[in-house]
Design a protein around this ligand. Structure first.
Ligand code: UDP
Length: 447
């Protein structure tokens, strides 16, 4: 198979690397969250634009077939690297070599130039992509999704800081990647300021939302489907239960309001998601907190839900709360708004882009529960405000779509391919001039 020629080549086949979590996993528990949704949704949209997408992920079950045609144009390759179950995320670096070997062996079955570009997600995948890039002679585009240096500035509660070794690994990937994709301008600045990335190589690509799934709908009917009381005021948290996401801040903030009531209406906090990470990893700890606060009867816990049910969860809610200590973007905030529900969110990271303060929701500075109580109370006490914010939220969310994300990613891939080709041409010219064969270190082809 020969590589197409031409100045601005768009990719025909992309290798997405998502080592530590499969796009086919249910998000909202363990290590599965927004990144899974991002990889899956962007892969679907790239495939719709005629790009073949192959996603490499680590097999986590003996039942995982080596390849799964997950959707037209989207192939998932389950690479065996380490035990299927019980491997802690912090032990994944021990399996980098095995995983990389699996990726390289899969590609070796094809002619050179099988993939046009590699897009790695999260730093572990970046390490794999960096070596594959050198072996395959195609450019590496990398999305960090979260950065240890940023997360560690926001370590909360019993959360364990990210190890320094991760920062070193991230630094290496930032230096090696041909292009970097940041979710927001803030993340782009963090890449340049904290990791020394070349600003010329960073593209800001905003994540999207599934606008066909997350639509407004009857609150009463959604509550009936979920078995929730139509007469209550419902404030909802959706996401992985971990200190960084701060579901405890919502419980503490809601407790005084629950105890005093919202006029004639009772307030209920709905928590949707499963345990992840450390500290509040035990779902019981949040249940215990509700008991300590005396609000157990007013808090409902639901396990992680698929997107179609989640759409009803949003529709059933009066307000969705995203109190995170750190958030690179915050897909939940956009999904809730697409469903016409205002959001109360911490003014951190991408949430300041995802929520229009005072229009589609409210951004709160810091995590002082008393301040959250006051901001939540003023929202809930004003039904007309909630209504107008819900309408504005729906409108705001329409500017985010996975189609747009895929188009922007294609632009980034195309830029990576042309700058990579230009560099390869220059190396070849230098080699021809010097008359010395370029043995290229570990590089097999291309560069
Ligand atoms: N999610 C889900 N079911 C759940 C809880 C969450 O599908 O029960 C999804 C949610 O729709 C969102 C993602 O998990 O797309 C969480 O992404 P977000 O950016 O909010 O947080 P992250 O997990 O990346 O920290």
């Amino acid at each position: 198979m020969t590589r197409r020629s031409g100045a601005a080549k768009t990719p025909r086949r992309v290798a997405l690397i998502s080592l530590h979590t499969s796009p086919l996993a249910q998000p909202g528990v363990g290590d599965a969250g927004g990144m899974n949704v991002y990889v899956w949704q962007s892969a679907l949209r790239l495939a719709k634009r005629g790009v073949e997408v192959e996603i490499f992920t680590r097999a986590t079950s003996s039942a995982d077939r080596p390849t799964v045609q997950a959707a037209p144009g989207v192939l998932v390759r389950n690479v065996v690297a380490g035990p299927f179950e019980g491997l802690d995320k912090h032990d994944l670096p021990t399996q980098l070599c095995a995983f990389t070997a699996g990726v390289l062996r899969a590609e070796a079955a094809f002619e050179p130039g099988y993939y046009d570009v590699i897009h790695s997600h999260y730093w572990l995948s970046g390490q794999v992509g960096w070596l594959a890039r050198d072996r395959w002679g195609v450019p590496l585009v990398h999305t960090a999704h979260t950065l240890a240096a940023v997360k560690n500035l926001a370590v909360a509660g019993d959360d364990v800081p990210e190890p320094h070794s991760r920062e070193i690994g991230e630094q290496q990937v930032v230096a090696e990647a041909d292009r970097l994709v940041a979710n927001t301008r803030t993340e782009a600045d963090q890449l340049t300021d904290l990791y020394g990335a070349d600003p010329e190589r960073v593209d800001v690509v905003t994540p999207g939302v599934d606008l066909d799934c997350y639509t407004p709908g009857s609150r009463q009917q959604a509550r009936a489907r979920l078995g929730l009381d139509v007469n209550e005021t419902i404030v909802t948290f959706v996401g992985r239960i971990q200190p960084l996401k701060a579901p405890d801040v919502l419980l503490r903030a809601a407790a005084p309001l629950i105890r005093q009531g919202n006029g004639a209406r009772r307030i209920r906090v709905l928590v949707v998601g499963g345990p992840s990470g450390t500290g509040l990893a035990r779902p019981e700890s949040l249940i215990e907190l509700a008991a300590d606060l005396g609000i157990s009867e007013s808090v409902t816990f639901l396990p992680p839900q698929p997107a179609q049910v989640l759409a009803d969860v949003y529709r059933a809610s009066d307000v969705v709360a995203v109190p995170s200590h750190s958030e690179s973007f915050g897909l939940v905030a956009i999904e809730a708004q697409a469903a016409g529900v205002p959001v109360i969110a911490a003014n951190v990271g991408g949430l300041s882009v995802a929520v229009r303060d005072g229009e589609s929701g409210v951004l709160v500075e810091g995590h002082d529960p008393a301040r959250w109580t006051q901001r939540l109370d003023s929202m809930l006490a004003d039904p007309a405000l909630l209504q107008s914010m819900g309408t504005a939220a729906h409108t705001h969310a329409q500017s985010f779509s996975w189609e747009h994300t895929a188009d922007e990613l294609l632009g980034s891939y195309t830029r990576a391919i042309s700058s990579f080709a230009a560099r390869a041409g220059k190396r070849q010219a230098d080699t021809d001039r010097s008359g010395v064969a370029d043995r290229g270190g570990v590089r097999r082809r291309g560069l």
